[in-house]
Design a protein around this ligand. Structure first.
Ligand code: ATP
Ligand code: MG
Length: 317
């Protein structure tokens, strides 16, 4: 895929995720028999995959170790048709890894995150890549170090580029500059928003308004199974989540972002696009994977049609 064809460039985390399931309650300081599975994660990687599965060409800018995990991530991205020309490798750190050890009930007994490699997603790497992505939208996650995020907002503002950001966590959202000018679209949940703003008690609508006042052009504030609100300086939309039988909620936020960006890219309004994103998120929580492997424009269209039918019957608003 030539760089000119890329429609959305995703910058940030790519990880190998390993889940170990114990048949009996996990005991520390001894050996626990488990079954294990490996998958690929990282917010930017997941968003790039969701976007690609929805038929919009994406590429990933991230850092992988010189190891088998890094090779496996790269091979999988190529299989998915995601651009890998700006994937860098580090000789210093292994590929980022998240390990979840689950008890027999599926609850997390212990989580381990080795993400040190992301500290090397430096401003100089960004400045190197930026000119080559000039015709695409940019999505970035807050796995990027703070100086890189600061430069990213400056570049987006300078070049009037569409930049979408995901907060990732209450800790990582603090890496964003206080002045959010340059952010075209900010995705975050209520905890992340309140951590950034430093005032916990306001309503979701007041919280989103405060983020617009910080300079973000549009805000999508997610509320888990409670849905989301989307706001720009002139419009406010509240969308209920689509009823779903939850199998594994991992990846809901990333599917919401991928679905919303793909829909915006195709010309939908923010209010329409977040509905599309909401349906992509519901389809994802209904499957055991963090990105739904059969996600496609056709699957999304049929779920959207089903949901419009339910809405007509007053079950979904
Ligand atoms: N149980 C659920 N049923 C249906 N939809 C859900 C459910 N949980 C989340 N969603 C959808 O996913 C969107 C994002 O979820 P959430 O607010 O939990 O994001 P997040 O906290 O960023 O999660 P993540 O850990 O995946 O990043 C919600 O706005 C909603 O549309
Ligand atoms: Mg999230």
């Amino acid at each position: 895929m030539s760089p000119g064809q890329i429609q959305v460039t995703c910058i940030g985390g790519a990880t190998v995720d390993r889940k170990y399931r114990a048949g009996k309650p996990v005991q520390l300081r001894t050996s626990n028999p488990v079954t294990s599975e490996r998958s690929f994660g990282g917010v930017a990687r997941n968003v790039a995959e969701n976007i690609a599965r929805l038929g919009v060409k994406s590429s990933l800018v991230s850092l992988l170790g010189r190891d088998e995990d890094g090779n496996a991530i790269r091979r999988d991205l190529m299989r998915l048709g995601i651009g890998t020309q700006h994937l860098a490798t580090s000789g210093e750190h292994p590929t980022a890894e998240y390990v979840a050890i689950l008890g027999p009930d599926g609850d997390l007994a212990l989580g381990l995150a080795d993400m040190a490699i992301f500290d090397s997603l430096s401003p100089s790497l960004l400045h190197q890549v930026w000119p080559e992505t000039s015709s695409s939208w940019v999505f970035a996650d807050c796995n990027l170090p703070s100086p890189t995020l600061h430069d990213l907002l400056d570049l987006a503002r300078r070049d009037a580029r569409m930049l979408a950001i995901d907060a990732v966590s209450t800790l990582k959202v603090m890496r964003l500059p206080r002045d959010l000018n340059g952010v075209g679209l900010l995705f975050l949940n209520l905890d992340e928003a309140q951590a950034f703003l430093g005032h916990p008690s306001t309503s979701p609508r007041e919280t989103a308004t405060a983020l617009l006042e910080c300079g973000a052009a549009r805000v999508v504030l997610t509320l888990g199974a409670g849905g989301l609100i989307a706001m720009d300086r002139t419009a406010f939309t509240s969308v209920a989540s689509m009823p779903a039988k939850v199998v594994d909620a991992t990846g809901a936020g990333d599917a919401l972002i991928g679905g919303t960006l793909a829909a915006l890219f195709r010309g939908q309004s923010l209010a329409e696009a977040v509905r599309t994103g909401t349906v992509a998120a519901a389809l994802t929580v209904e499957c055991p994977h963090s990105v739904r492997p059969d996600l496609s424009p056709a699957l999304l269209a049929s779920a959207l049609a089903r949901c419009a039918g339910q809405k007509a019957e007053g079950e979904f608003s």
